[in-house]
Every structure is written in structure tokens, then in C-alpha cells.
Design a binder for this molecule. Structure first.
Ligand code: ZN
Ligand code: FE
Length: 255
């Protein structure tokens, strides 16, 4: 049976996610921006938290971890590479490690770029990938620590997952990301219809995440840097993919 997924808005624009395995009763949270909404969601579903999975060390993803551990006794898992700047870890993770949640083990994927120790969690059987601030809905995280080449390589790994994978990212940035995407690809019909869908969901106060990977492949400019249309849009028709990626990421920072 696939894992149940609950999307939890936190702080002003963060997301945490709960996943629950009905067979074993195991429940994990991915990132802990704050404890209140997560405890409320656990209570509403009558689930007991067993695991806290951390994607990266930024405060808006980890600041509730210690309090949530104290309240629930859940074990905490995060990147070995960032153990020195994460809350105390009960299990450290490196790429290709498995995280067992019920019968659907997640594979850990290194996705440096936003930070150097950023990891993603891919649950192949449930078709879920928790990408936080690496691949984001309609965009990607800002490059605080990694190089454009590192982030580009990280996104290539995520882009290679099955296209029906649900991408669960860390923030509600979709509308702004798609405005920027449309400036690059004004004639992309899938982008135009996605912008309308996102506006409709936002108007109802609904999250615009998670998103099927195929939709990202069709509309997210950072996954499309190999396409002539994108290269031409930034005036680099003959440049390699990483150069085009770097140019697009730099333009977004000034957009
Ligand atoms: Zn971050
Ligand atoms: Fe963040």
C-alpha cells in the first residue's frame, strides 16, 4: 500500500509533510519549520510520529526539530555531511542509503546547490520525492553554497525519476517562479495553463504543491536548459547546459 501524504503549511511560506504507513503505523515528518501545525496534523489523523527526516540545515527547515523530538520521541535522520550543523541525529545518511518507512524504503539522493549538504528522499513505490529547496515547484532553490554546476547536476538526478513522481518541495513560491518562467517562455502552452491553475488554487487558499514531475519537466525552466528554446531565450544559443542554467539562475535573482 502506498504511503499516505499530508501537506502542512508552516510559518509564512514553508511546507512540512507527513507520510504514514498504514500497515506498520510508522509516520515520518519531512522538515520541521515549527511544531504547532505538525502536532495538530498528527492529532487530527491520530498518528504517532516515529521519524523526523531533515533535508538541509537552514533554520526554516529544522528549528522545530528538537521540540518535536522531545514531544514525540521520534528518531531524527539527516545528512552525515551536515551533522555538525543539524540537530542531534540518531541516524546519519549518505547518498543511496535507505530510510525504512514501513515496506517502502526511501532512497537518499544528494542534491547539493542550495546548500552543500542538502539531501532529497525518494520513495519509489509511493511515487514521492521530498526535494525541499533543491527542485522546487516551478523553480529551484537559491545557490547559497553550491555552484551552478552542482545544482544543475542535482536537478538532472531528480529529473530522471519516474515522471509520475510527486515532487514535494519546501516553500510556496510557485506563482513567482512561474511568472519568471513565463518571461523566458511566453509561448509555452503548458506553462500558460499551469499559471492559470496555480492562480485558481491560490485564490482558494490551497497549496500549489506537491506537483507531478512531468509538469515540472514541461514548465520549470531549470529542468529545460538543454532545450534550444531556453538557450535562445537567454541569448546563449550555442552555450552548454550548465552555462545556460547559471544564466537563468542569475536572472531569477534579479527578477
Ligand atoms: Zn533552505
Ligand atoms: Fe527553505
Amino acid at each position: 500500500m502506498p504511503l499516505e501524504l499530508v501537506t502542512i503549511p508552516c510559518l509564512s511560506d514553508n511546507y512540512a509533510y507527513l507520510i504514514h504507513d498504514a500497515e506498520t503505523g510508522q509516520t515520518a515528518v519531512i522538515d520541521v519549520p515549527e511544531t504547532g501545525p505538525i502536532l495538530a496534523a498528527l492529532e487530527a489523523h491520530q498518528w504517532r510520529l516515529t521519524d523526523i527526516l531533515i533535508t538541509h540545515h537552514h533554520d526554516d527547515h529544522i528549528q522545530g526539530v528538537d521540540a518535536l523530538r522531545a514531544r514525540t520521541g521520534a528518531r531524527v535522520l539527516g545528512a552525515a555531511a551536515d551533522a555538525h550543523r543539524l540537530p542531534r541525529l540518531d541516524q546519519t545518511l549518505t547518498e543511496a542509503d535507505s530510510v525504512f518507512l514501513g515496506c517502502d524504503p526511501a532512497r537518499v539522493i544528494d542534491v547539493p546547490g542550495h546548500t552543500l549538504g542538502h539531501i532529497a528522499f525518494h520513495f519509489p513505490d509511493s511515487r514521492l520525492c521530498f526535494t525541499a529547496d533543491s527542485l522546487m515547484s516551478g523553480g529551484c532553490g537559491r545557490l547559497f553554497e553550491g555552484s551552478p554546476a552542482q545544482m544543475h547536476a542535482s536537478l538532472r538526478k531528480l529529473a530522471a525519476l519516474p515522471p509520475d513522481t510527486l515532487v514535494c518541495s519546501g516553500h510556496e513560491y510557485t506563482a513567482a517562479n512561474l511568472r519568471f518562467a513565463a518571461a523566458l517562455e511566453p509561448d509555452n502552452p503548458q506553462l500558460t495553463s499551469r499559471i492559470a491553475e496555480v492562480a485558481a488554487r491560490s485564490a482558494k487558499g490551497e497549496p500549489t504543491v506537491p506537483v507531478r514531475l512531468q509538469i515540472e519537466l514541461d514548465t520549470n525552466p531549470y529542468l529545460r536548459v538543454h532545450l534550444p528554446a531556453l538557450k535562445t531565450a537567454v541569448g546563449l544559443p550555442d552555450a552548454d547546459d550548465v552555462t545556460v542554467f547559471a544564466e537563468i539562475r542569475a536572472r531569477k535573482d534579479k527578477f
